[in-house]
Write a protein that binds this ligand. Sequence first.
Ligand SMILES: [Zn+2]
Length: 467
Amino acid sequence: MRSLAIETHVVGDGGGLTLPRDDIIAAFSNAGVDLTFTEGDAIDVDPAQSALTSYEDLVADYRAKDRSFGHLIIGKLSPHPGRDVVGELLDLASRGVAAVYTSSEYIQAAGEDGLAQTAAHELGHMCNLSHGDVSTAYQSTMERATSRTEAVSDAWAFAAAEAKTVEPAYYSAPARIPACYPFALQARSLLNTLSPSQTDPWGSPFEHTGEAADDTWRASCAISLRAHSSPCRVGGPLAFDLLVRNTSEHPVRVPFRLHPTFGGVSVRVHGPDGASHVHQPRTLGCSSRSRILPPGDAMRYPFCSLRGPSGGLFTRAGRHAVAVTLAGLGPQPAPLELQIDPSPAPSPEARRVTRWLTGGARRPSRPQHQAFTAVVRGGALDPATRAIAALALYRRARDPDSAADLWRHATAAGAPAAVRHRAVVLEAMRRRAADGLSRAMIDDLIDAHLDPNLDIAVAHQLQELAG
Ligand SMILES: [Zn+2]
């Protein structure tokens, strides 16, 4: 029997919920995995809300000091604005750390059963299982949260019946029905046949194969790509909008998030020398939400990244093509053609800031924060990179004046939509935490920074924050 050793870390009071360990252990044991939990150090401040630490920092800490366990963080808020992200594999490079977010709307509504289901799902990702490792006959652990609607006992009854008809079934009947779903046959088979380095935490990278084309929306929608308006330069970011328009005559349910970080879509950049690379997200987030798009309406999903295979994204000037691929079959927009201009030799300070950003913008020391802030205020960075840097520093700013100044740079003209949206939502969260958020402020933020026809999801998040 395979074994999986997990250390748990609870943020604050864990949202008042206790992880139903026995249920999760039963679901893994059914699939041939001997799961053990050990209680690790608690996390006092919520990494999603702290200027001093972040989930990226925690991953770096665990990677440096403790790789004898996989680490499961029982978090509160997710680091992604909004309450739809239920859990996340925080380390796609070696699958060592995952989190569940007890303040998410899904776990808030489903309580400890929802926590058990989400934790089992995220630990499934930690063992290299994807959203494609599911069954068409019954609902199972790796189903996305939006699709986990069937009674858990029905799913176990179907899984038990199926196990009698296949060989090998990798199925040992649980002593009692746990609160979480069974693993599908495909998932159980992988858990038992992949090599240990492919399933053990801190092993091989997460493999994105098998992502299911689980949505029918693409047949009803036209998808297009639009470049961010400012010129693209060597060393600068890739920023574009993915636009989804409902061209049918009926309302269509579309994903709330459409981004490599949430699976189902990949971004490939083809360079002028014929070489190409796929953008690698750092984490895999699991969202519980979708959105109804009325006929004729469009939604914008902005993308912005600075990271390429060896640090910067565009390493040489010339024509680049950006192709976006949606999982499974379906319409695919024509590639975006970009002319990348040579950039003047960056100053050593600008290069240091860019290196910090492409390396994940980890916890800066106080002098580093001051030095990088000075670079943002100076003219050494292109407008898009400056906005990205300003946003990363804004999240770590300790005094309000510096935060306000950085926020202005993050939302200035030339800031990519992805950066601006995140800055606007974070600012609303910050004001709410200080008890200073009014409806009028939300309306001002929407008027000044969003396109009300396209940015429906962000506007909705802001309205929710106002309560
Ligand atoms: Zn997931």
